[in-house]
Design a protein around this ligand. Structure first.
Ligand code: G6P
Ligand code: MG
Length: 222
C-alpha cells in the first residue's frame, strides 16, 4: 500500500523551473554559451555546480574557468534567482497542486520534499506550502545528486517508509532515473518523450489527482 508521496519542487510544485532558466540564461549569455532547448532540459534536477559545468561545456571558446570564477558565476546566478524568488506568490504554485496536496492530506498520506535546490525551503515558504511537508531532504547532506537514488531513498527513510510504500513525482529525466533507481513508483510531469522511463506520465500538474493515480493502479492491479 502506498503511504507516502515524495515531491520534487521546481517544475512540479512551483513554476521555479522557469525562474532557474531565466537566471541561468543570463549566465549563459555572459560566458557566450548557446542556450538551447536541450541544454535547458539537461539542467533540470541538476545541482547548481553541475548546472554551471553543463553551461560552460556549451561555450565554444576554450577559456578555462578557474574555481574562483566558477564560484562567482554560480553566486551571480543564485543572487539573480533569489531576486526572482522574492517576488513569488501563491500564483506561482502550478495548477492543481493545492487541491492535490489537500486530497493527499485528507487521505493521510505522508509528504516529503526531495529537491536538489538549496533554496527549496525558501520557495515553499514564499508560496505558503511548507506545512504540507513533514520532511524536507537537505541536499547539502547528500553525497550524490540525481540521477543517483540517494535523495529519494533518504526521503523514504525520513518518512519511515519502504520504497514500495512511496510514490515519487518529478519533471526531470534525471529525477525519474533517481526515483526508479530507488525502487519507488515514478510519476513524470511533462513530455512523454523526455520522461519515457516513468511508470506514469501526466502532461501537466492539472492531471495530478488521486483519482487518476488510483485508476492507473487499479488497471495494473498493483
Ligand atoms: C533543482 C532545479 C535545478 C537547480 C537545482 C539547484 O534541481 O531543478 O534547476 O539548478 O535545483 O538549485 P539551487 O537553488 O540550489 O541553485
Ligand atoms: Mg524539477
Amino acid at each position: 500500500d502506498i503511504k507516502g508521496v515524495i515531491f520534487d519542487l521546481d517544475g512540479v510544485i512551483s513554476n521555479t523551473s522557469r525562474l532557474h532558466n531565466v537566471a541561468w540564461q543570463q549566465v549563459a549569455k555572459q560566458v557566450g554559451a548557446q542556450w538551447t532547448e536541450s541544454l535547458s532540459n539537461n539542467l533540470k534536477g541538476v545541482s547548481r555546480q553541475d548546472s554551471l559545468e553543463l553551461i560552460l561545456q556549451a561555450v565554444p571558446a576554450d577559456h578555462q574557468y578557474n574555481e574562483r570564477e566558477k564560484q562567482e558565476l554560480a553566486n551571480d546566478k543564485n543572487k539573480h534567482y533569489l531576486r526572482l524568488v522574492d517576488n513569488m506568490t501563491k500564483n506561482d504554485i502550478l495548477p492543481g497542486i493545492v487541491p492535490f496536496l489537500e486530497s493527499l492530506k485528507h487521505n493521510n498520506y505522508q509528504l516529503a520534499l526531495a529537491s536538489a535546490s538549496k533554496n527549496s525551503s525558501r520557495v515553499l515558504e514564499k508560496i505558503g506550502l511548507s506545512h504540507y511537508f513533514s520532511e524536507i531532504v537537505d541536499p547539502q547532506k547528500l553525497s550524490k545528486g540525481k540521477p543517483d537514488p540517494e535523495i529519494f531513498t533518504t526521503a523514504a527513510k525520513l518518512l519511515s517508509l519502504k520504497p514500495d510504500q512511496c510514490i515519487g513525482i518529478e519533471d526531470a529525466a534525471m529525477g525519474i532515473q533517481a526515483i526508479n533507481a530507488a525502487n519507488i513508483f515514478s510519476i513524470g510531469i511533462g513530455e512523454q518523450d523526455i520522461l519515457k522511463d516513468a511508470d506514469i506520465v501526466f502532461e501537466n500538474t492539472n492531471l495530478l489527482t488521486l483519482n487518476n493515480i488510483r485508476e492507473y493502479f487499479e488497471q495494473r492491479e498493483l
